[in-house]
Design a protein around this ligand. Sequence first.
Ligand code: PHE
Length: 449
Amino acid sequence: MGGKNEHTTFATRLGGIAAAVGSAVGFGNIWRFPYITGRDGGAAFLLIYIVAVLLLGIPMMIAEFSIGRSAHRNVVDAYRKAAPGTKWHWVGGLGLLVAVLILGFYTVLSGWTLRYTFVSLTGDLHGGEFLGFVSDTYQPLFWTLLAIFINASILLGGVQKGIERASNIMMPLLALLLLVLVANSATLDGFGEGVAFLFVPKWEDVTVQTFLDAIGQAFFSLSVAMGILVAYGSYLGDNTKIGKTAISVAALDTLVAILAGVVIFPACFTYQQEAGQGPGLMFETLPTVFEQMPGGWPLGAIFFLLITLAGLTSCMSIFEVPISYLQEEWHISRRRAVLVSSIYALAVGICCSLAMGAWSDFKLLLPTGHGWESYNLFDFLDNLTSRYMMPVCAILTSILVGWYLKKDFMHDAITNWRTDSGWYLRPLLILLRFVAPALILIIFVANLL
Ligand code: PHE
């Protein structure tokens, strides 16, 4: 190859894990996981989810980390290097596109959490304000702008001094906040009922949809098929054990999701609120709960700070996908790449934010098995990426590493070029060749029906 390879790596193994956990732990864990669990049979869903993480999530993480780490390049070039002279880099391009589209609305969501953190810190947290707030024209824009600004200032620091350092501070803080909330949860009257709800399976609530939800959630929560794991994988050192890293990230991600449930369900039971009622859980139900809870002022603030940290470290990881691409493929400085990505995020963020209010009549269409469905821009980007693009990206990635590339590719990746044991190569390849594509195809098709 020659030339200068400016591609950096994380300074420490733990820093890499902190960054990857930071990406994985996001709104998916603290908001989506509890409400789906609430709806889909409590522990029954949890068990199915864990199986989905083991069979699908972890193998896909290992595959993406491997593609990134083998190349030490941005997502498009990483796929190109894995299969030179072919069209496989288009799959990297698809991952890049998914990240870029998600970025468009994720900063808006992060902005909402900043607003809720602010009002809860000032003691002004109230339930019932959510719809008014998000459909307002200017307020959410201010918070979106702030979210982008915070992200950009961290990302400007680079991989080690920006992402890694921020993750090393924010993830332990997140864990601490979570433990404070769990401890408080144990003091609530509804603790027993809430925990039982989470840990006693209700198999009668399990439907086909439960399985689809579990697979989709495993994907989303582990940040699979968004270019992120390839980008972060490219920063893993050559002696980092990829399998161990993927398992640690998945285990911590699942632990945070379960603990978020331990915080949320007892609170909902104590104050007679529905936990399975859907997206309103985070911004409608919980503010109402904290309003009534003794100590609700600091606790609400702690909770929203927790969500803000979780969202911020995830948002950083999506930003990093286009940033590393721009730096390496457009040959521009990191500063410029951060600037270009931020301006883009702001432009799309403004549109997504307005889509919740002033522009909500502007609809976009997506095809399904029973005709076209219309969405506002925010939901359109969410559905387009999660229901259509991510499954395609994931299937193609599993085919690339499972079928197209020689076995040696994964063997080298998981054994650090044969310096370590690779006893799990065979089961891993079986999962990547057969199980992963089949399961993804099933959810892809089912989601269209
Ligand atoms: N894994 C994140 C979560 O659970 C999802 C995500 C991360 C989405 C990064 C986009 C970008 O919320």
